[in-house]
Design a protein around this ligand. Structure first.
Ligand code: PRP
Ligand code: URA
Length: 209
């Protein structure tokens, strides 16, 4: 899958191992989700457009580069995506943040949208959707479809763990969306949870287990 980036960086793998551990408590879990999001964001922003600028150093004029224009909007999928927002904003503090609210119906496993608020200048921005878990892919696919209707310049999807089923479904439904995941797991269980996974990301971030 050309459009999928799976991270092999030792820092990410180390933090992911602690994240998976059932004995990791809410405080540490939340901090790790944020840190992994920061590390992933570094790579996901690699192709941001640059513009030439001149800067006066104390000694001379430097012909250098800065990120061009309005750039990014991050869109976390509520709830669990909220856990990644601080981490990405620590690298791109000027980015705008939209929100899309979705939950999976526990019976059908289908996503149900309950909220959507995006920045009004989304057509001038690249959107990075944030959600720690890509399981069946239903939530990600619907979120991308919804955000596409606002005509952003481009869309990327950043998750911490992906199931093969979700990756396949998302890249098939939206082949133009580049997907970044910290780890690719083995399969989905009968409740559409990622195995081995890390459990319910929203519950572990917010302590609602
Ligand atoms: C989780 C997760 C994703 C979704 C992934 O959210 O954060 O949004 O499930 O599953 P899918 O790929 O099969 O659609 P959940 O429905 O548990 O809602 P929450 O974040 O509010 O707890
Ligand atoms: N949502 C989660 O939080 N965890 C999973 O394993 C699947 C969906």
């Amino acid at each position: 899958m050309d459009n999928v980036c799976i991270f092999d960086h030792p820092l990410i793998q180390h933090k992911l191992a602690i994240l998976r551990d059932k004995s990791t408590g809410t405080k540490e879990f939340r901090a790790l989700v944020s840190e992994i999001a920061t590390l992933m964001c570094y790579e996901a922003t690699r192709d941001l457009p640059l513009t030439d600028v001149k800067v006066e150093t104390p000694l001379a004029t430097a012909d250098t580069k800065m990120i061009a224009g309005k750039t990014l909007a991050f869109v976390p999928i509520l709830r669990a995506g909220l856990g990644m927002v601080d981490g990405v904003l620590s690298l791109v503090p000027g980015a705008k943040v939209g929100h899309i609210g979705m939950y999976r119906d526990p019976e059908t496993k289908e996503p149900v949208e309950y909220y959507c608020k995006l920045p009004s200048d989304v057509p001038e921005r690249e959107v990075i959707i944030l959600d720690p878990m890509l399981a069946t892919g239903g939530s990600a696919i619907d979120a991308v479809t919804r955000i596409k209707s606002y005509n952003p310049k481009s869309i990327k999807f950043m998750c911490i763990l992906a199931a093969p089923e979700g990756l396949e479904a998302l890249t098939k439904a939206h082949p133009d969306v580049k997907v970044y995941c910290a780890g690719k797991d083995l399969y989905l269980n009968d409740h559409a949870y990622i195995i081995p996974g890390l459990g319910d990301a929203g519950d572990r971030i917010f302590g609602t287990l």
